[in-house]
Design a protein around this ligand. Structure first.
Ligand code: FAD
Ligand code: SIN
Length: 539
């Protein structure tokens, strides 16, 4: 199949859908998702969307909190854009039909609190905010005539240089995508290509992320020559449910915001030994404190204690978490919830300016796959849905301008499978996949050292070689494509972590435990086959 559209969006989470809805006013839009259209990180978001609505709150306070969490590396203009454009985006969602939790305040909606926020600032739909946002945007995009291609797994970008045999520029023209139902590889072409592929939590053994989060967009952009930055800053959420049958179930930070207490197995409320802000310290501090407590005591989990709250309050505010815990035999009104930290969010990604432009002409990036500079070295809770909406819309306006000047319909050859044969050794893919996720957890996790990073790099170099060989020899499958991307992204994370010889925000290494502003108050930028620039064009 060959498809030609004005705008090609890879990803159907909050960023891709915010873009698509606005871009549909200006041209035809195709949205690809590698599984069902609603299977996104967005749909699992619990806490909410950070935006200034409370009477005592102000843009300056939200900006300040974001900059403090970002540990010196936020780009202030990106922070200002996200914070000031957030409230109108939230109001638009409400106008589109999003049902957020209401209360009797003049604003009319309940605001919850999360770590690092100096005010109650988080708009939410009980503890199912992402589900409500995804539903609202999907319905609106449907009404706007956006075309969805589900089970279409983008393999690689098509660039002008590839099409005209190296004589053209590196403009992005589209992508090849595997239709995972039929097995065919389809060609999608467009005037503007938008990466909205989300995060890469699956690079780690333990993660809050669903299976789609394999870092495909970062890997594709890097292979195409785009600038990538700050991948050493992986956010570990402090509280993922610890239960043998629970896969990736998050226990929202909003529980601590509403008064939850972290205790060790002896019942001690240990956070006060680590930080005066206790349970409401920024995530990196809480996750590291839990990690340290687990290592110190040799325990396998800590506990989030909500038992001092009434069952009625818990059920009203956290119905999804309450009932899910119950299915695992935990009544959180009676029993503290066993929790551990897990990989949650990638602060770095494909470098963009404030309008989603990457270093490749015709290629935009938005949402978690992008590095706008909003999060710096650590993301403030609930600033991610905000980022997806704000920059998704801004990118749509930029895309319109790019499309107006884009060359006539590009041509591109069909996918060439070469001499590839059907895969016969699924066990190789499984083994490599598990090895990567284990080594990333053990060597490139919450606490790092130079030695562990070197070991990870060595193993990954070997694995990438094996995977490349397999990739060229066999017909592509979804598992193989994801494995290839996981391996590429893991290597990039390690490369960024090795560059940063200091501890800052989410990057904590025992080899360089101090912050070093003189040498490292800058981004870690990588570009394939080129010397890394110190910074990337940002406006
Ligand atoms: P996603 O929503 O992850 O969407 C990615 C899309 O890309 C999917 O449609 C996927 O199919 C598609 N895709 C990926 N690769 C390919 C490919 N190769 N080909 C085709 N399609 C592809 N943030 C907050 O601000 N507030 C919260 O309360 C909050 N809670 C969270 C709770 C959980 C459990 C998790 C996991 C995250 C949470 N986050 C929260 C983070 C936030 O949800 C994500 O950062 C955000 O939703 C990312 O949106 P996105 O549009 O960039 O990507
Ligand atoms: C949560 O609800 O704890 C997640 C919030 C976020 O990741 O921003």
């Amino acid at each position: 199949m060959r498809q030609q559209h004005d705008f090609l969006v890879l990803g159907s989470g909050i960023a891709g859908l915010s873009f698509a809805l606005r871009a549909a006013r200006h041209g035809t839009v195709a949205v690809l998702s590698k599984r069902g259209r609603a299977e996104t990180n967005t749909a699992y978001a619990q806490g909410g969307i950070a935006a200034v609505f409370a009477p005592g709150d102000s843009f300056e306070q939200h900006i300040h909190d974001t900059l403090v969490a970002g540990a010196g590396l936020c780009r202030e203009d990106a922070v200002r854009v996200a914070v000031t454009e957030g409230p109108p985006r939230v109001r638009e969602l409400i106008e589109l039909g999003a049902e957020f939790t209401r209360d009797a305040t003049p604003f009319g909606y309940h605001l919850t609190r999360e770590g690092g926020h100096s005010q109650r600032r988080v708009v939410h739909a009980t503890d199912l905010t992402g589900h409500e946002v995804e539903r609202t945007l999907l319905e609106a995009c449907g009404r706007a005539g956006v075309r969805f291609f589900e089970d279409h797994h983008a393999i690689d970008l098509i660039s002008e240089a590839k099409v005209v045999g190296g004589r053209g520029g590196d403009r992005a023209l589209g992508c090849y995508a595997l239709d995972t139902r039929s097995g065919s590889v389809d060609v999608f072409l467009a005037k503007v290509v938008v990466l909205a592929t989300g995060g890469a939590g699956k690079v780690y053994l333990y993660t809050t992320n669903p299976d789609v989060a394999t870092g495909d967009g970062i890997a594709m952009a890097h292979r195409a020559g785009a600038a990538i930055a700050n991948l050493e800053f992986i956010q570990f959420h402090p509280t993922c449910l610890y239960h043998p049958q629970a896969k990736n179930f998050l226990i929202s930070e909003a529980l601590r915001g509403e008064g939850g207490i972290l205790r060790n197995r002896s019942g001690e409320a240990f956070m006060e030994r680590y930080d005066p802000r206790k349970e409401l310290a920024p995530r990196d501090v809480v996750a590291r404190s839990i990690d340290s407590e687990l290592k110190r005591r040799g325990d396998d989990c800590v506990f989030l204690d909500m038992t001092h709250m009434t069952k009625a309050f818990l059920v009203e505010h956290f119905p999804h978490i309450y009932t899910t815990c119950l299915t695992f035999g935990i009544d959180m009104a009676v029993t503290p919830i066993p929790v551990v930290p897990a990989a949650h969010y990638v602060c770095g990604g494909v470098c963009t300016d404030l309008n989603g432009r990457t270093s490749i002409p015709g290629l935009l990036a938005i949402g978690e796959v992008a590095c706008t500079g909003l999060h710096g070295a650590n993301r403030l809770a609930s600033n991610s849905l905000l980022e997806g909406m704000v920059f998704g819309q801004r990118a749509a306006d930029t895309a319109r301008e790019i499309a107006e000047q884009a060359p006539a319909a590009p041509r591109a050859p069909d996918w060439d499978p070469g001499r590839a044969v059907p895969p016969d050794e699924g066990v190789i893919v499984k083994q490599n996949w598990e090895e990567i996720r284990n080594l990333m957890w053990n060597y490139v996790g919450i606490v790092r050292t130079d030695k562990r990073l070197a070991r990870a790099q060595h193993r990954l170099d070997n694995l990438v070689g094996e995977i490349q060989e397999y990739y060229w020899g066999y017909l592509v499958t979804r598992d193989l494509l994801e494995l290839r991307n996981l391996a590429d992204v893991a290597r990039l994370i390690v490369a960024c972590a090795q560059e940063r010889k200091e501890s800052r925000g989410l990057h904590y290494t025992l080899s360089w435990p101090q912050k070093d502003d003189a040498r490292f108050l800058r981004d870690t930028v990588l570009m394939r086959g080129k010397p890394a620039p110190e910074a990337w064009p940002r406006s």
